[in-house]
Design a protein around this ligand. Structure first.
Ligand SMILES: *[C@@H]1O[C@H](CO)[C@@H](O)[C@H](O)[C@H]1NC(C)=O
Ligand SMILES: *[C@@H]1O[C@H](CO)[C@@H](O)[C@H](O)[C@H]1NC(C)=O
Ligand SMILES: *[C@@H]1O[C@H](CO)[C@@H](O)[C@H](O)[C@H]1NC(C)=O
Ligand SMILES: *[C@@H]1O[C@H](CO)[C@@H](O)[C@H](O)[C@H]1NC(C)=O
Ligand SMILES: *[C@@H]1O[C@H](CO)[C@@H](O)[C@H](O)[C@H]1NC(C)=O
Ligand SMILES: *[C@@H]1O[C@H](CO)[C@@H](O)[C@H](O)[C@H]1NC(C)=O
Ligand SMILES: *[C@@H]1O[C@H](CO)[C@@H](O)[C@H](O)[C@H]1NC(C)=O
Ligand SMILES: *[C@@H]1O[C@H](CO)[C@@H](O)[C@H](O)[C@H]1NC(C)=O
Ligand SMILES: *[C@@H]1O[C@H](CO)[C@@H](O)[C@H](O)[C@H]1NC(C)=O
Ligand SMILES: *[C@@H]1O[C@H](CO)[C@@H](O)[C@H](O)[C@H]1NC(C)=O
Ligand SMILES: *[C@@H]1O[C@H](CO)[C@@H](O)[C@H](O)[C@H]1NC(C)=O
Length: 423
């Protein structure tokens, strides 16, 4: 601003134009200032703040995180009904950024029309207190939607030598988008691409609906879970396509009353409860209902995995109406879960698995072991119900079979048979 004023003094002729421009800039900033400080009850556009109003450039090169934070502060301060933060086309380059509540309005709408991109160099993330790229926390009734894309540019991470490969890490902080401590969240319509680790994590949320997402990363990208959910209750995930290199959905401890419907999963590692009980964790997962989900070319379908040495329970879990296309392990319980390639010492305690229903599975298994229930010799799986299941081997020369250890339950119209349930 100072250099601008100096320029006016030096060019006497254009003084009038200069003053006009100066005034115009000043008035615009004043208007923005008012908008940002109080909200404007008269002009409805002030309820809808674009990140461009707050200095974002959207060229994919300049770091726009500070502008996003300013825009968030402005929107969060608005007193009124559902103010909107608009993110237009972009692409907007963001380094790790955190949007914090509570806000003045009882609901906030964040509309992503364009593309958000992460820095391609993992070094840029290394100074962060944790590995979350975009975090929304403590915000009630957040509506996060739009036709836009959240692109984690994960390729350089996947190739970094110091990453652990395999589907073993349930680290809800290593994520592109984290929704933390929320009530009444609606997350919908967006496309999530190439996260360094997990794409979306839902932590400590109540009453959330997640729908119509497309989550996509290469089949061989390590640890790229679609949606991780933990410490959350009353959550509905529906009508989404998830194709990644790890779990399509992973359900962690503290999750209850979760309904999952209309998901197409694959490539990916299936819809997994767990892993639970790692490092002696006391896990609690219950009332999980997975219905009308298709697994296509995934390594697992309905999976429950627990570590030895944990405690607590995974109970009252139903998987029903499940079409399978060439799935490696369509139904699998592993109470001896361990890092791939490692051996875990035998331990007596385990997370109890009880009251699990599998109903209406139809399709093909890429391996002959279509049903595998490997339950702990000290804490068996109990109350397993299987009904109307018909899984055949993809390879016509194989014959699908069921295998089980320490599993207690019943079956009705199940092909292949599960030896533990045969009376
Ligand atoms: C907010 O404004 C943008 C244009 O800047 C528009 O595209 C969008 O639909 C508006 N959103 C709402 C909720 O009014
Ligand atoms: C809520 O509005 C008040 C009054 O304008 C303001 O002082 C406060 O900073 C706002 N709160 C937030 C979280 O922005
Ligand atoms: C990370 O922090 C170190 C030490 O504070 C600093 O030297 C380095 O430049 C920072 N790296 C980035 C990418 O910000
Ligand atoms: C993960 O994030 C939560 C919430 O920000 C924090 O309390 C916790 O310490 C973080 N954990 C790790 C391992 O970074
Ligand atoms: C759940 O959240 C929705 C907004 O997504 C809200 O309309 C509804 O009142 C909430 N229900 C409860 C029981 O809090
Ligand atoms: C889950 O589905 C059950 C049965 O359809 C329903 O009663 C319950 O309200 C649903 N819960 C959520 C969080 O959608
Ligand atoms: C099952 O999910 C698909 C989306 O994958 C949806 O189109 C279909 O309507 C759902 N069917 C039922 C019976 O819910
Ligand atoms: C299992 O959860 C459902 C709701 O999802 C509930 O209706 C049912 O009573 C629960 N069953 C047991 C045995 O807890
Ligand atoms: C299964 O996935 C394959 C490979 O992506 C695709 O070509 C095929 O159309 C899918 N099948 C169904 C029924 O969606
Ligand atoms: C069950 O798990 C144990 C321990 O990892 C392993 O030795 C055994 O081969 C597994 N059994 C089956 C049937 O997968
Ligand atoms: C199981 O499915 C196969 C292939 O679709 C079919 O040929 C067979 O008749 C079915 N078996 C039963 C018992 O439904």
């Amino acid at each position: 601003m100072y250099s601008f004023v100096v320029e006016i003094h030096m060019q006497g002729n254009s003084l009038l134009i200069g003053v006009y421009v100066l005034l115009h800039v000043f008035v615009s900033q004043l208007a923005l200032g008012i908008r940002m400080e109080n909200g404007s009850p008269l002009a409805s556009p002030s309820n809808n703040i674009s990140v461009l109003d707050c200095g974002a450039v959207g060229d994919g090169l300049k770091d726009d995180s500070l502008a996003f934070s300013k825009a968030w502060e402005a929107v969060c301060a608005i007193i009124g009904e559902t103010p909107t933060l608009t993110i237009p086309d972009g692409p907007f380059l963001l380094t790790p950024v955190s949007f914090q509540g509570p806000c003045n309005a009882s609901s906030i709408h964040v509309q992503i029309q364009g593309k958000l991109v992460a820095p391609e160099n993992p070094e840029t993330w290394k100074n962060c207190t944790d590995n979350t790229w975009i975090r929304f926390s403590g915000i009630d009734n957040l509506i996060l939607d739009g036709s836009g894309e959240i692109n984690g540019k994960g390729a350089n991470w996947w190739h970094s030598a110091n990453l652990s490969f395999g589907d073993n890490n349930f680290d809800t902080n290593s994520t592109a988008l984290q929704l933390l401590s929320c009530n009444g969240l609606q997350l919908k319509d967006l496309t999530h691409v190439d996260s360094p680790n997990g794409h979306i994590s839902i932590v400590s949320c109540n009453n959330a609906t997640i729908s119509n997402l497309h989550i996509v990363a290469p089949e061989n990208s390590p640890n790229t879970d679609g949606i991780d959910i933990s410490s959350s209750t009353q959550v509905q995930i529906s009508d989404s396509i998830i194709e990644t290199g790890d779990d399509c959905i992973a359900i962690g401890s503290g999750t209850s009353q979760l309904n999952i419907t209309g998901i197409t999963c694959g490539p990916g590692h299936g819809i997994s409860v767990g892993s639970l009980g790692r490092d002696g964790e006391t896990a609690q997962v219950e009332q999980i209902h997975v219905r009308n989900c298709t697994f296509n070319g995934s390594t697992n379908g309905a999976r429950i995995k627990t570590w030895q040495g944990g405690s607590g329970y995974a109970r009252n879990i139903t998987f029903e109406d499940i079409p399978l296309i060439n799935v490696e392990n369509p139904i699998i319980i592993d109470q001896y879960y361990c890092n791939p390639g490692q051996t875990c010492a035998a331990q007596k305690s385990a997370v109890a698995i009880e009251g699990i229903t599998y109903k209406g599975f139809q399709g093909t298994s890429a391996s002959a072991a279509a049903i595998s229930l490997n339950c702990s010799s000290t804490v068996a799986c109990t109350g397993i119900t299987m009904e109307s299941i018909n899984i055949t081997a993809s390879n016509p020369s194989d014959k699908a079979f069921g295998i089980c250890i320490n599993a207690k339950g019943t079956e009705d119209l199940v092909v292949p048979r599960v030896p533990c349930f045969v009376v």
